[in-house]
Design a protein around this ligand. Sequence first.
Ligand code: ADP
Length: 398
Amino acid sequence: MNILVINCGSSSLKFQLIDAETEKQIAKGLCERIGIDGSQIVYQPAGGEKEETVTPMPDHTKAIELVLNALMNEKTGVVKSLDEIGAVGHRIVHGGEKFASSTIITDEVIEAIRACNDLAPLHNPANLIGIDACKKLMPDTPMVGVFDTAFHQTMPQHAYLYGLPYEYYEKYKVRRYGFHGTSHSYVSKRAAEILGKKYEDMKIIVCHLGNGASISAVENGRCVDTSMGLTPLEGLIMGTRSGDIDPAIIEFIAHKENKTIDEVMTILNKKSGVLGLSDNLSSDFRDLEKSYVAGEERGLRTILAFSYRVAKYIGAYAAAMNGVDAICFTAGVGENNPLVRKHVCEHLGYLGMTLDEEKNQVRGEDREISTPDSKVKALVVPTNEELAIARETFALVK
Ligand code: ADP
C-alpha cells in the first residue's frame, strides 16, 4: 500500500509517497509560499530529476491538488490514479493529553485536535487545514494523525509538572508535553536494533539536534523525560530559539528595551539560539563551524555553549533513568556535525563513554561512534520521521 505523508505548516507543505510494504520512498516534495506571491512546488520522483514549478497556490487545497497532480503526471508521475494511494498520514504537532498514540482521523478526532489549538497556535491550525484539504480531494481515503507529542505522554507526573500553582495545570493543562516524539521513538528503537539489544530492556538518550532541538530519556521503550515543554521553546539552545532561560529575563529585557511581552517572545523564538549567540552570524551550523575553524570567538563560544547544554541534559537524563546504555545523535546537526558531537562527548567521560574520534567523522549514516570498550555506547542514527509516520499509518489502516 502507498501512503502519502503530509507535513503541513502555515505556508508550506512537505510530502512523501512511501510504499508501506517495502518502506521505499516513491516520491517527495515541498510546496512553499502557500497563500503568498511566488509560491512554488518542488517535486522529485525517487531516482528522478527534481522539478521546481512556480505556480499560484492561494490555499492549501490548491497545494494538495498540485501535489496529487504531480504524483499522477503522465511523464514524471509515480501513480496512475488516486486509487493507488491507500492512506494519508498527517503529522500533527500538538495532541495535548488527548492523544497518546496515532489515530484514524474522524470528525471527533478533528474536533479534539482543534481543542488543542491553544497549545500550538501556529502549528495545529495549519495541520487541520491540511486534513481538510485532503478530505475534500480524497474523501474516501483513510487518514491517520501522528502526533509530535504522543510518544512523550508516558512521562511520569514528576517529570511533566512545572513548579507553578497547580491550578494552572488543572485549568489550562500547563505542563511539559515535548515534541519531535516521532523522531525520538524511531531513533531509540533503531538504536536498540543496531546494538542488537532488546528495546524494552534499554536506557537510551536521544539527542535530536536540528534547527529545532530536543533531547529525551527513553527507559524500557517508554519516554520518561524530554527537554521541550509546553511549547518547543524550552530546553536546548536551538537554531533561533533560546531554550532554557531564567524567566525573569523576559521582564528585564522588556523594561530595558521598552518592548512588549509579545516582542520579547518573538526575540526568544526567532532571534536567539545560536543565531543570537553568534551575534547574528548564522543559525546554520555549517557557517558556525567555519567560523570556529577560522578561530573566531563567536563561532567558538556558540558551539561550546550549544554542546555544553546538550551534555548537561545528558547528565540529567542519566540521573533520571539511574544509568544510560546508549546516547544517540540525530537530525541535521546530530547526524552531520562531528565537531558538536565531539564537544558533547568531552563532558561524558564520567559515564564511562569514550568517543572514537575516527568513527566520529561519519555524516548521515548509522554508526556506533564510541570505542569498543566504551561502557556507554554513542551512536549516529539518522532520523526518518516520514517513514515513521507511514509505518504508524499503515499499522492502523491495513
Ligand atoms: P529542521 O529542524 O529544520 O528539520 P535539520 O534537522 O535539517 O532542521 O537541521 C538543520 C541543521 O543541520 C543546520 O544547522 C545545518 O547546518 C545542519 N545540517 C543539515 N545537513 C547538513 C549536512 N549535510 N552537513 C552539515 N550540516 C548539516
